[in-house]
Design a protein around this ligand. Structure first.
Ligand code: FES
Ligand SMILES: [Fe+2]
Length: 343
């Protein structure tokens, strides 16, 4: 159903404070995330081993978490350290703990075999905490399987229709993307010289009514990560390869973490370098991006509802499906490898 041996985004770092644990279902497992006294984030199974109450409605005490049903206390490794009114603590009294790393404003969790978790495999994407770039961290909850969202992100021809009135232009559906296989997944290039400039871009900087447009992104199969370089440069200035001083350029990160078989957490950020630290601009861009993302969400959730009526009905392919077919094959291959390794 999904890759387990991967670093998934569990949340934005600022979602977890010292005061209140965060409850989140990830890959169909209940997880609680809290911070120790020194700020280090900890991820435990959100299910007390006593009567299975969620630890997330418990209390942080020092570096530990107390279940507020009958008071069992757990340390950061998941070991029970106290049972009120009972001296002996059986070793089976524990909850699972997950490797968790805070990096570049995100919390990355490893839900698979902990022996395979290597911190150096976590995505390095400096735009999330670079002083020259700013954005507002964002989240959407989807009532859809994560693969339908991956499909959507691997094929931007939908921009012409789903985003007809926001960020799309007809040429996106008429241009074929270049798709390269990479060790981590795919690299996709959509270069549109002399395309219509969307209104929101013209308001940011006068790049002209038509501009040289690019969307170049890396898609990572492990963790369902899309990391993009996109922008609009004045005509004839070299587009993505040229000087970018007069361009409007963005970076974009979209990550999908499965919640359950048919629901997904969607984390995204859209850094801009036009005015780093300008919260008003970050807010305005977030509004534009969110408007477009709600358009995606509406069609994808509607698609999921139709699929649910009869999951056996098969889809048919068109030329633009090339990247998403490759993407799905890569994910299926990794899930199969994982199943073989687990045997
Ligand atoms: S359910 Fe947690 S202490 Fe009883
Ligand atoms: Fe979209």
């Amino acid at each position: 159903m999904w890759i387990r041996n991967a670093w998934f985004v569990a949340g934005w770092a600022n979602e977890v404070t010292r005061e209140k644990p965060l409850a989140r279902v990830l890959l169909n497992e209940p997880v609680v995330i809290y911070r120790k006294a020194d700020g280090t984030p900890v991820a435990l199974e959100d299910r007390c081993c006593h009567r299975l109450a969620p630890l997330s409605i418990g209390r942080i005490e020092g570096d530990e978490l107390r279940c507020m049903y009958h008071g069992l206390k757990f340390d950061a490794s998941g070991k029970c350290t106290e049972i009120p009114g009972q001296d002996r603590i059986p070793p089976s009294m524990k909850v699972r703990s997950f490797p968790l790393v805070e990096k570049q404003k995100l919390l990355w969790i490893w839900m698979g075999d902990p022996a395979l978790a290597r911190e150096s495999d976590i995505l390095d994407w400096p735009y999330l905490d670079h002083p020259d770039w700013s954005y507002k961290p964002s989240y959407l909850h989807y009532k859809a399987n994560y693969l339908l969202i991956v499909d959507n992100l691997l094929d931007f021809s939908h921009l012409s229709f789903v985003h007809e009135h926001t960020i799309g232009s007809m040429s996106l559906a008429e241009t074929r993307a270049q798709i390269d296989r990479t060790p981590y997944g795919l690299k996709i290039w959509r270069i549109l010289d002399n395309d219509v400039t969307p209104a929101f871009v013209r308001k940011l900087r006068n790049v002209g009514e038509r501009a040289d447009r690019w969307n170049i992104y890396d898609w990572h199969a492990r963790g369902n990560i899309l990391a993009m370089d996109s922008g609009f440069a004045p005509l004839g200035t070299g587009g993505h390869q040229g000087a970018r001083e007069n361009a409007v350029q963005f970076r974009h990160l979209s990550v999908q973490t499965p919640e359950t078989a048919n629901t997904t957490h969607y984390f995204f950020g859209h850094p801009q370098a036009l005015a780093p630290g300008n919260a008003e601009l970050d807010e305005q861009l977030l509004k534009t991006v969110t408007t477009a993302f709600i358009e995606d969400k509406d069609i994808i959730e509607a698609q999921q509802r139709i699929i649910d009526l009869d999951p056996n009905v098969r889809m048919q392919a068109i030329v633009h499906d090339s990247a998403l077919f490759q993407g799905r094959r890569i994910i299926e291959g990794l899930i199969e490898d994982q199943a073989v390794a687990a045997e």
